[in-house]
Ligand binder design. Structure first.
Ligand code: SF4
Ligand code: SF4
Length: 128
């Protein structure tokens, strides 16, 4: 089946270096992921969305919640590094220069109370 947006799929494959077409939706990545409760789409669903060329994957909370723990990579029977795919999707969002978190919008109280590592992590992962 031809993907809905072939260019999007090709870019994710190119950036991640992962052949998402090897995925047969066994769900092993999702069952071992420690972050699924915070995700809107399971990791296996994100892979399926990329297979189908569905650009909505870029709007998913999942790609930012992924902690790059590599549990999915060690479980995948097809050798797909799902974390690499998540990173590729984040890169595509960041290249659009869309700020998901702006320091200017945080109150002094929030800046004082938030863990510094969370702020640094936000700036590295969520901000263009
Ligand atoms: S790398 Fe991301 S998607 Fe994979 S198991 Fe860890 S948190 Fe879940
Ligand atoms: S573990 Fe691998 S083959 Fe199974 S659903 Fe996840 S990415 Fe696809």
């Amino acid at each position: 089946m031809e993907p809905e947006n072939k260019h999007f799929k090709d870019r994710v494959v190119e950036l991640s270096g992962e052949n998402v077409d090897l995925c047969f939706q066994c769900g092993a990545c999702s069952s071992g992921c420690p972050m699924t409760q915070e995700m809107d789409y399971l990791p296996s669903k994100i892979i399926r969305m990329v297979q189908l060329g569905l650009e909505e994957a870029l709007e998913s909370k999942t790609i930012w919640v992924c902690t790059t723990c590599f549990n999915c990579e060690v479980r995948c029977p097809r050798g797909i590094d799902v974390a690499n795919v998540m990173e590729a999707l984040r890169q595509l969002v960041l290249r659009r220069k869309y700020d998901r978190v702006s320091l200017d919008e945080l109150s002094p109280e929030e800046i004082r109370e938030l863990p510094q590592i969370a702020i640094v992590s936000n700036q590295r992962k969520l901000t263009a």
